[in-house]
Each structure stands twice: as structure tokens, then as C-alpha cells.
Design a protein around this ligand. Structure first.
Ligand code: 5RP
Length: 225
């Protein structure tokens, strides 16, 4: 599929940001998984890095490829993180969390010098919000938070697994997928959500991405903040 080729091409282009000796944040999702596999090849060929995964599944993938790992307990400064996104606007603000990992992703991003986002061209949007904004909530507060986000104008649904049970994150929380349509002011919404008791984290990443690499066919477009 064209999208998969673009995802792999963007992931390949991100390798230029990873240098020998780096601590590297390992994102989550299908595009980040391409990056982790490519990094695994580099490690096999002698590159020395230590990875900090942003989800249990990225950790399992990295382990299976022999990428040495570390943790935020051991190391709080990450040179570069490579991660995907669900939407990117012209100011490089992101919606993340389609893969349900935005809590650890945002924590790792916040400890990272250079957050490199890799994406196929479909993720580039003029205004955020077509993709439902994921909001991670503690289970106790789920209904209350859903009501408050609905009052902000969104259609809210609890993310479910294929069998109809609620999706549970790596940190044992639930996710509310919030359909706002076009988000008029992402900075204000980010603040409103962060201030809501019961919200653990939301998928708006503001002023976090340093570089976005979009693959459009065989061309790579690099945007910097
Ligand atoms: C996971 C994410 C992913 O990076 C995002 O959903 C993009 O995924 P993909 O690369 O599979 O399109 O935020 O929480």
C-alpha cells in the first residue's frame, strides 16, 4: 500500500537524526514501528543506542530486535524521539493517541531534546480535529469527564476493543475519543482538558515537535518549528 511505503520512507529519513551513543525515544504506532525495525538494523550493524519505549508493544518490538533499552528511572534526558502522529497542522501541533499510547508518548516527548515526527502525507492538515481527539481518563471519572467534554462541543465515545469491552491503556486507564470537528483554538482546548480533574492526558501535542518528516510518494518534506 502507498501509505505503508510512505510511512517506511518517513521512518527511514528520520534515521539521520539518530547518532551513535544517543538515548532514543521509541514511539508507538505503525510508522514508529517502521522506525524501530530500521533502528534494529542499525544496532545489528554496530550502532550503540539505548531506547526508551513509549508503550509495551514498542518495548516488545525493540526487545525482539535486540535494541538495548533503558528507562526514565535511569535516564531523564533523551536526545531524540521518533514517533508518529494522527494529524499535524502548519504550526506543527499534533493530534496523537490513535494507537492509545499518548500518555507515555507525551512524557517521553517532554524529556526529549528533538522530537521527530514521521508520517505519511495524509496526516498533514490545515486545521486539527477531523481525527477524534483521544483523551485518557481514570476509570472512576470517565462519565463525569465525558459529560464535561460533551459540554465543550464534542461527540464523545469510550474507545472499545473488538469484543465491545473498553480499551485499557498501558497505565490501566480508558480512552475517550472526542469528535470536535475543526478545533478552532487547539492551545485553549489543550489547557481546558489539562485542567479537568480525571483527565490523565490528552492527545494534543503543542510546541513539542521539532521536526516533522512527511513522505509524499517518494519525496520527503521536512518541516521545522
Ligand atoms: C499512538 C500514536 C501514533 O503515533 C499515531 O496514532 C499514528 O499511528 P500510525 O503511525 O499507525 O498512523 O499517537 O498513540
Amino acid at each position: 500500500m502507498a501509505n505503508d511505503q510512505e510511512k517506511e520512507a518517513a521512518a527511514r529519513a528520520s534515521l539521520q537524526f539518530v547518532k551513535d551513543g544517543h538515548v532514543v525515544g521509541l514511539g508507538t504506532g505503525s510508522t514508529a514501528a517502521y522506525f524501530i525495525r530500521l533502528l534494529g538494523e542499525k544496532v545489528k550493524n554496530g550502532m550503540r543506542v539505548r531506547g526508551i519505549p513509549t508503550s509495551d508493544r514498542s518495548r516488545e518490538l525493540a526487545e525482539s530486535l535486540g535494541i538495548p533499552l533503558t528507562t526514565l528511572d535511569e535516564c531523564q534526558e533523551i536526545a531524540v524521539t521518533v514517533d508518529g502522529a494522527d494529524e499535524v497542522d502548519p504550526q506543527l501541533r499534533l493530534i496523537k493517541g490513535g494507537g492509545g499510547a499518548m500518555l507515555r508518548e507525551k512524557i517521553v516527548a517532554s524529556a526529549t531534546k528533538q522530537l521527530v515526527i514521521v508520517a505519511d502525507a495524509t496526516k498533514q492538515v490545515p486545521v486539527l480535529g477531523k481525527f477524534p481527539l483521544p483523551v485518557e481518563v481514570i476509570q472512576f471519572a470517565q462519565a463525569l469527564v465525558a459529560k464535561r467534554i460533551t459540554a465543550l462541543g464534542a461527540k464523545v465515545s469510550v474507545r472499545l476493543n473488538g469484543d465491545g469491552t473498553p480499551y485499557v491503556t498501558d497505565e490501566r486507564n480508558h480512552i475517550l475519543d472526542c469528535r470536535f470537528g475543526q478545533i478552532a483554538d487547539a492551545d485553549v482546548l489543550a489547557r481546558q482538558l489539562s485542567e479537568m480533574p480525571g483527565v490523565v492526558e490528552h492527545g494534543l501535542f503543542i510546541r513539542m515537535a521539532s521536526v516533522v518528516l512527511f513522505a509524499r510518494g517518494s519525496e520527503i518534506v521536512e518541516l521545522r518549528r
